[in-house]
Ligand binder design. Structure first.
Ligand SMILES: NC(=O)C1=CN([C@@H]2O[C@H](COP(=O)(O)OP(=O)(O)OC[C@H]3O[C@@H](n4cnc5c(N)ncnc54)[C@H](OP(=O)(O)O)[C@@H]3O)[C@@H](O)[C@H]2O)C=CC1
Ligand SMILES: O=C(O)[C@@H]1CCC=N1
Length: 269
């Protein structure tokens, strides 16, 4: 049975671990985790039954699929540490924003590399991931892709530079929706709604909007069509949309996503 290991066992690693175990892609005893934070290892072992490794190098030497899930700022130190410990024919998956396959190969040589940009809905099997590959054979490609396909949808990109845009759109994407929920709750409370009712209404609206998006996708409809169905002529939604348009919502989103994309580019330096 193949083993998978995660170096850096934080939020995103947990989302993937939960997804691959619940999809039965890996049994918990074949999932190794490593982190400088012992509390994370203890928590993951208790919550998911995965195996804490004693060091990054021990983990790297034991797995067929090695997921590098530390923050981009910690990546060089980890790559340097594990460069002589990799299992022969292991595929290395990096999910770090900004870190290029070229950068990884500078440390690890021409090993099979998959650079992926997943997102946290992987935790509920609804992830959106884009990948680029370097030097991977069919077996390693499949092993790598299976991880992300077990937890949602996967797009394969030819042009690695587009991963920075993916990071802004879907990697960071859930945060835009969650910020919107936070603001809906805050404003509802400001408008006089009791906090518990505001929370209930906003969570249920988010869930309903998500399910409607799923329905629209299956019918080949656009988000604009969904929005129009909420918007009665001369009504309340139209009033709200006009304010957002007048305040250049499109411009605000363009600036936010451009900042995210540019930060991803910066992290590669
Ligand atoms: N969160 C997200 O939505 C997404 C994140 N990503 C990428 O995933 C990666 C992880 O992000 P995220 O899970 O949010 O980050 P976290 O900070 O939650 O997880 C990273 C973990 O790695 C630990 N760590 C730091 N240095 C080392 C080391 N040398 N060896 C082992 N472990 C170490 C960190 O400890 P400490 O905190 O003490 O530094 C932390 O526990 C990032 O590169 C990010 O760009 C990609 C897509 C989406
Ligand atoms: O904020 C970040 O840098 C990571 C990458 C995409 C989502 N979270």
């Amino acid at each position: 049975m193949n083993k998978i290991g995660f170096i850096g066992s934080g939020n995103m690693a947990e989302a993937l671990i939960k997804g691959i175990i619940s999809a039965n892609l890996y049994a918990p005893e074949n999932v190794l985790v490593s982190d400088i934070r012992q509390d994370r290892l203890k928590y993951l072992a208790e919550e998911y039954g995965v195996q804490p490794a004693s060091s990054n190098t021990e983990l790297a030497s034991q797995v067929d699929v090695l997921v590098l899930s530390v923050k981009p700022q910690n990546m060089a130190a980890v790559l340097e540490e594990i460069q002589d410990s990799l299992n022969d024919s292991a595929v290395v998956i990096s999910i770090a924003a900004g870190i290029t396959t070229e950068r990884i190969a500078q440390f690890l040589g021409d090993v099979p590399i998959i650079r992926a940009m997943p997102n946290t809905p992987a935790m509920v099997d609804q992830g959106a991931t884009a990948v680029v590959i370097r030097n991977t054979g069919p077996r390693q490609f499949k092993a790598g892709l299976d991880v992300f396909m077990a937890v949602g949808k996967v797009e394969v990109l030819e042009d690695e530079s587009l991963i920075d845009a993916v990071t802004a759109v879907s990697g960071t994407g859930p945060a835009y929706f969650f910020l919107l929920m936070e603001e809906l709750i805050n404003v509802a409370i400001d408008m006089g709604l009791p906090a518990d009712i505001a929370k209930e209404l906003v969570f249920q609206t988010a869930k309903g909007a998500g399910l409607l998006a799923e329905m629209a996708y299956s019918r080949n409809e656009t988000p604009g069509q969904l929005r129009e169905r909420v918007t009665s002529p001369g009504g309340t939604t139209a009033a709200a949309m006009k304010v957002l348009k007048d305040l250049d919502f499109n411009g605000i989103m363009t600036k936010a996503l451009t900042a995210a994309r540019d930060r991803s580019r910066e992290l590669s330096q």
